[in-house]
Design a protein around this ligand. Structure first.
Ligand code: WTA
Length: 661
């Protein structure tokens, strides 16, 4: 973790405390620290009672459960709400129609072009979802079948997800910034029957074709028999007869009606699969199920964001990541809320775009990532000053530790010095937020995710698996199940066990470093494994390394994270070329293009250092700690290097790094 030392030092010095605001407190879902503590105590003493009550309050069940929880972290096996039945789409749509929300905005969509706005009331969203569900059924998609969705941030994306949920199909959303190759791997792993994609992505004023990636991927995906294409940009696309068809044609077909009976699902049936990077091998298909995930999404949206009927909630994440799944789609819609979805980027056409959207729609709750805050901070305060941000009531942060400087800027310039900031720690695997302040209850310390939510038994463990004393860094763990947790890794139960439950038997190992201070506040320190967090996006070093060695010029590669002022971390690659190949700038450019093609633009290395060797132990293990230090330009203390096979390598690497500057 040495590469994050600057951030950690400033976090260690942080002593400021911000009390929750009085305004809004009387109407809040959780009104005080005492109330939080009472909920927390009950959730630990009587978890089944606590979760049973929450599940009844927040979700409409077709059939009640026989048992709230049956779990064993040793096996591991986790079952919530056994025997219960429900449909997620019916919970997110149908039940709101009957209680006076029929004409309420469910989804407000702002396209990248200013004039592209679509507002879906609950009624209209229901109609669209039913129609698309019927399209899928007509194509032979049924309960348990997988549907891959590779779409930009357009309304058809949540519509397709909810349509899958309605008929019991399992969706697997693939971020539209991923390459054809990444898409192919994800489709092949889950053996999807249908792919939903679009002609292109609109981004920062450009049209980036998407369908060619889908075509390339589908060449090697025999499971996919149909591909449905949304027309977004209107660019020319090739359509494969018999396989491809247009979304608008399918939706307009005579036999497609507005009515579609929802499939009553078992609480533990799979709702979706979402791929995420691990420290080794290919991305893992994280499995989330129906009853527990929905309960947890609704529970955390209500308490952490204090969501009320009148609010407009804007989560700026892409739905291709878990944050968008839970806090654009399932959480807000389960509660009958209004969710804002934005297609564009923060800095185009100008660095006030986010604030302009806040002003335009009078956003109440705003949830974004530290990397966005840092990028906008650099543009200067004139951009926030230009816009009226007075509608905002609550701010949130997710994806990586927020450094106190960025926290203060967010608080002052976006929050007017008065709004609470909830720094929410969680993961793809956790389904929803686990550690966060409650906005009207928890005193804030800038840079700390504060306290575990009710029902979450989080702790910091020493290497040997015992609780670490206050302020000692260690492994962030969760000691008992929560409803939103992953139920497995698709097709790989062994990987599920070894990744999360092996290091500390009987507890969930999050893979993050953390410390707990004397008040029990959690300070997250970042990944302890070989996962890099670039602008809040998780990337496995192993994935990038295998992309690099797939290039004919490369013999070996080692990738580490390097501290970056805006992105948090950026990718630094050490590359050993095959004999006779010369390390030129052209080759660097070619390798970057190659990685973009293999994985996607977010994985492209910022720095490529050609070197003649890597620091390895005598048993051949790469000492990444040393590579991280050299990448960070920190040549002070390499720690114990006695096991190095060839200590001269370090000198060479340092000289190579200096030559790059
Ligand atoms: C990191 C995103 C510090 C962490 C929801 C975690 C954070 C990984 C925070 C999961 C936070 C997320 N403070 N670190 N508030 N939120 N992280 O799966 O390292 O894309 O393990 O889920 O992001 O990333 P993922």
């Amino acid at each position: 973790m040495s590469d994050k030392s600057t951030n950690i030092e400033s976090l260690l010095k942080e002593k400021r405390i911000f009390e929750p605001p009085e305004e809004g407190r009387a109407a809040a879902w959780v009104k005080s620290l005492d109330e939080y503590r009472a909920h927390y105590r009950r959730s630990m003493e009587d978890p089944e009672g606590f979760w049973g009550d929450r599940a009844r309050e927040l979700v409409t069940w077709d059939r009640p459960w026989d048992k709230v929880l049956e779990a064993d972290f040793h096996e591991p096996s986790i079952r919530w709400f056994s025997g219960a039945r429900l449909n997620v789409a019916a919970n997110c749509l149908d039940r709101h129609l009957a209680v006076g929300r029929r004409n309420k905005a469910a989804l407000v969509w702002q396209g990248e072009p200013e004039d592209d706005v679509r507002v879906y009331t609950y009624q209209r969203l229901h109609t669209e979802v039913c129609r698309f569900a019927n399209v899928l059924r007509k194509m032979g998609v049924g309960k348990g079948d997988r549907v891959s969705i590779y779409l930009p941030m357009i309304p058809e994306l949540p519509i397709a997800m909810l349509a899958c949920a309605r008929i019991g199909a399992v969706h697997s959303v693939v971020f539209a910034g991923f390459s054809a190759h990444s898409l192919e791997n994800r489709i092949r792993d889950c053996e999807a029957k249908v792919l939903v994609t679009a002609d292109a992505v609109l981004r920062a004023g450009r049209t980036i074709p998407l369908k060619p990636n889908a075509d390339e991927a589908l060449r090697n995906c025999p499971s996919v028999s149909r591909c449905i294409v949304v027309r977004r940009a209107g660019n020319e696309v090739a359509m494969e007869p018999g396989r491809d068809s247009w979304w608008h044609d399918e939706m307009a077909a005579d036999d497609i009606t507005d009515r579609c009976e929802p499939e009553s699902m078992d609480a533990e049936d799979i709702l979706f699969i979402l791929y995420t990077s691990g420290s080794t091998g290919k991305p893992k298909g994280v499995i989330h199920t129906t009853g527990g995930y929905l309960t947890y999404a609704a529970h955390t949206t209500q308490w952490v964001f204090d969501l009320k009927d009148d609010d407009i909630f804007w989560c700026t994440a892409d739905i291709g990541w878990i944050t968008g799944h839970t806090y654009i789609v399932y959480g807000p819609l389960a509660l009958g809320g209004t969710s804002l979805m934005f297609e564009g980027v923060p800095t185009w056409p100008a660095p006030d775009r986010f604030w302009q959207v806040v002003e335009k729609f009078k956003v109440d709750i705003f949830y974004t990532a530290p990397t966005v805050i840092r990028a906008l901070m650099r543009e200067g305060v004139e951009w926030t000053r230009k816009r009226d941000l007075s509608s905002l009531r609550l701010l949130g942060s997710v994806g990586e530790p927020i450094n106190p400087e960025a926290w203060m800027w967010y608080h002052q310039h976006v929050g007017g010095g008065r709004l609470p900031i909830v720094d929410t720690w969680w993961q793809t695997e956790t389904g929803g937020i686990l550690i966060s302040a409650l906005p009207y209850a928890t005193p804030l310390k800038p840079g700390s995710a504060t306290l575990p939510l009710p029902g979450v038994d989080a702790d910091v463990f020493r290497e040997e698996g015992t609780p670490a004393p206050p302020n000692e860094g260690g492994h962030l763990v969760v000691k008992r199940p929560w409803p939103g947790m992953l139920r497995g890794v698709f097709g790989d139960p062994e990987r599920f066990r070894t990744t999360y439950f092996e290091r500390f038997p009987g507890v969930y190992d999050a893979g993050d470093g953390a410390r707990k201070d004397e008040d029990g506040y959690f300070w997250i320190m970042g990944r302890l494994d070989d996962v890099i967090n670039v602008s809040g996006h998780r990337l496995g070093t192993a994935e990038i390394e295998s992309a690099l060695v797939a290039h004919p010029a490369v013999a070996e590669a080692a990738v580490v994270g390097m501290p970056h002022p805006v992105k948090g971390q950026t990718i630094y690659a050490y590359v050993i070329l095959k004999a006779g190949v010369e390390g030129t700038d052209e080759l660097r450019a070619e390798l970057r293009t190659h990685v973009r093609k293999e994985i996607g633009p977010i994985a492209s290395p910022e720095v490529i250092q050609f070197s003649s060797g890597l620091p390895k132990t005598r048993s051949g293990k790469i000492m990444r700690r040393i590579l991280r230090k050299i990448a960070a330009g920190d040549y002070g203390d390499f720690g114990d290097t006695s096991t190095l096979a060839d200590p001269v390598v370090i000198e060479d690497l340092m000289a190579g790094k200096k030559a790059l500057l």
